[in-house]
Design a protein around this ligand. Structure first.
Ligand code: ADP
Length: 179
């Protein structure tokens, strides 16, 4: 019998665009339905798996590769995986798509100026003051996804409706969500 592969929803977007917020709501919805899933939060993984890495290009690539490896393991075991991670470079995303048969790329889109206004974690203020080098959108590049499976513009809808669109995506991908 073949095992079902878990969908991997990879949230791509600038810091402050809404990846974590949406991921959290989707996780609650899946929890409520007893659907096995995992959230691979970038900040959390950086503190554990990637505590030896910084934000230079090679370090970012390594961090993505480690996250990708964990996502592969979980997905292969039938677990839905939510990955809120900036994933700024096109080549990283191509590697994710090529390595994960159940990859769903969601572009969490929000104008940089709006993310700077939100400045959820106070990181833009520090980056603009030159205290954080290689900060995406400030002094490191963010390649706009050119063929995401879904684009969510968070500067004009509520987190709940954004999360609802992810639930729809999961349904389309065959995740059984009906109670
Ligand atoms: P990221 O994980 O991308 O760095 P966060 O989720 O930490 O971003 O922060 C996004 C901020 O934007 C939160 O304060 C959230 O309440 C707000 N926000 C407004 N609208 C939305 C939306 N539609 N989806 C997600 N976040 C939103």
């Amino acid at each position: 019998m073949s095992r079902t592969i878990g969908t991997v929803v990879w949230f791509v977007g600038l810091s402050g665009s809404g990846k974590t917020t949406i991921g959290r709501i989707v996780s609650q919805e899946l929890q409520r339905r007893n659907i096995a899933h995992a959230v691979l939060d970038g900040d959390e993984l950086r503190q554990a798996l990637s505590s030896d890495l910084g934000f230079s290009r090679p370090d970012r690539m390594k961090h993505i590769q480690r996250t990708l490896f964990v996502a592969q393991l979980l997905s292969r075991n039938g677990i839905v995986v939510l990955v809120p991670l900036i994933t700024p470079y096109k080549e990283m995303r191509e590697q994710c798509r090529a390595s994960l048969p159940s990859y769903a790329e969601v572009y969490v889109k929000c104008p940089l100026e709006r993310c700077i206004e939100r400045d959820v974690k106070g990181l833009y203020r520090k980056a603009l003051a030159g205290e954080i080098p290689h900060f995406t959108g400030i002094d490191d590049r963010f390649d706009e996804p050119d063929s995401p499976d879904l684009t969510i513009e968070t500067d004009g809808e509520t987190p709940a409706s954004s999360a609802g669109r992810i639930m729809e995506l999961l349904r389309r991908r065959g995740v059984k969500l009906d109670e």
